[in-house]
Design a protein around this ligand. Structure first.
Ligand SMILES: [Fe+2]
Ligand SMILES: [Fe+2]
Length: 223
């Protein structure tokens, strides 16, 4: 018997939620600090833009994979989950992420920094209000139940791969989003997430070839 953990897509998605929960908090905390200080801290500027861009791409990709693959897969197995409500909330978040993207663009072009920050803040606060009750429903009614659904290991591995390929196709750039995901997690969760990536990514690209591109985000990440 191997002691390797059995794959469980429900636990994967709860882990993805932790990434979003932390980055929402870190994003909002920094926006508030920048507003108090009269603008974006110059030494954190590049990292902050990359961090918020990664957050936006990660959350958008998370909702796309739930809408298009996860919910349709689990609907026959767990029919009582309020899928329509969850997808309506995804739509609301989607338009708030578009606001965040346009706030980022105006911050990048160094137009009116304070009003861009205020726009970002308002979108972050609105997402935060939707997010916590939303994941409460997903986790208690869906993701925590996956372990008891009797999905065999081959099937679980195959949907895990399908979901992860889809997610990668719909997010990016990988040199930001992958380190963003890994380092918004505790070391224990990070090791579990990293186990699902090719070694080339975790041992070579993230610490090597990609490092110059993502290292500016470090003030916002865990070690
Ligand atoms: Fe969701
Ligand atoms: Fe979710």
């Amino acid at each position: 018997m191997s002691n390797e953990k059995k794959p469980n897509i429900g636990e994967d998605f709860i882990r993805f939620h932790r990434i979003v929960t932390r980055s929402l908090e870190v994003g909002l905390g920094n926006i508030n600090e920048f507003l108090k200080g009269g603008g974006v801290d110059k030494s954190k500027r590049e990292g902050f833009l990359n961090y918020v861009e990664s957050f936006s791409s990660f959350l958008d990709g998370h909702h796309k994979v739930e809408n298009q693959l996860v919910f349709p897969y689990f609907k026959p197995l767990l029919p009582e989950v309020p899928y329509v409500q969850l997808m309506t909330e995804h739509k609301e978040v989607e338009s708030l992420l578009q606001e965040i993207n346009s706030g980022l663009n105006s911050l990048r072009s160094k137009k009116d920094e304070i009003s861009s920050l205020k726009q970002l803040k308002s979108s972050f606060v609105k997402i935060d209000h939707i997010w916590h009750p939303h994941i409460q429903i997903e986790e208690t009614q869906l993701f925590q139940k996956v372990g008891s659904l009797n999905i065999n290991m081959d099937e679980m591995t195959s949907i895990q791969k399908k979901f992860s390929d889809f997610f990668q196709e719909h997010t990016g750039p990988a040199y930001l989003v992958v380190p963003f995901a890994l380092y918004n997690l505790s070391p224990e969760d990070r090791a579990l997430l990293a186990a699902g990536f090719p070694e080339m990514v975790t041992k070579q690209l993230v610490p090597g070839d990609w490092k110059d591109k993502w290292i500016s985000m470090q003030p916002f990440l865990l070690r």
